[in-house]
Design a protein around this ligand. Structure first.
Ligand code: NI
Length: 179
């Protein structure tokens, strides 16, 4: 178990476009994925992308069940990591025209929440740890979480969807709290 340091906005490494992962996964990449899960549960958060721990690779982990208070304190008990998912080289192949607005937060922008409007449903292609390709449709909170996490792989943060003034205020607050 290794909890890594989460980079806080503004950090240039959060703005890099992540590189695709090659298969088979090296032991180093497998360790990064384990550490990402440990770091996400420790935070606690419902998702974490590799750039958030300073690794420029197209990998994200999520556990959207973790969101419920009832599960929150149980990650290391049997069955605690009930919905841990690993997403490698993810790519949206479709996004719905209809949108949904959801309050978002981010481990790299602590204590900050704001409404973000995104496509309500998405079709995704991704790879698992064995290098197998998958395709599936997602909607609701999972669609929001996946779009948020995969934005990280493009060097994008949820605050980029806010007004320049609001973003400036948040950046100022982060610099003050975390410099
Ligand atoms: Ni985030």
């Amino acid at each position: 178990m290794a909890v890594r340091e989460i980079l806080i906005h503004p950090d240039d490494r959060l703005r890099e476009v992540a590189k695709p992962v090659t298969f088979p996964l090296s032991d180093g990449v497998k360790t990064i994925i384990e550490d990402m899960a440990d770091t996400m549960y420790d935070a606690p958060g419902v998702g974490l992308a590799a750039p958030q721990i300073g690794v420029s690779l197209q990998i994200a982990v999520t556990d959207t069940q973790w969101r419920s208070e009832e599960v929150r304190h149980l990650p290391d008990e049997p069955g605690g990591r009930r919905d841990l998912k690993v997403w490698i080289n993810p790519e949206f192949i479709w996004k719905s025209d209809n949108t949904e607005t959801c309050e978002e937060g981010c481990l790299s922008v602590p204590e900050t929440y704001a409404d973000v409007t995104r496509p309500a449903a998405v079709k995704l292609r991704w790879y698992d740890m064995e290098g197998e390709a998958h395709e599936a449709d997602f909607e609701g909170f999972q669609a929001v979480a996946l779009q948020h996490e995969f934005d990280h792989l493009l060097g994008k943060l949820f605050i980029d969807y806010l007004s320049p003034l609001k973003r400036k205020m948040i950046t100022k607050k982060m610099k003050k709290l975390y410099k």
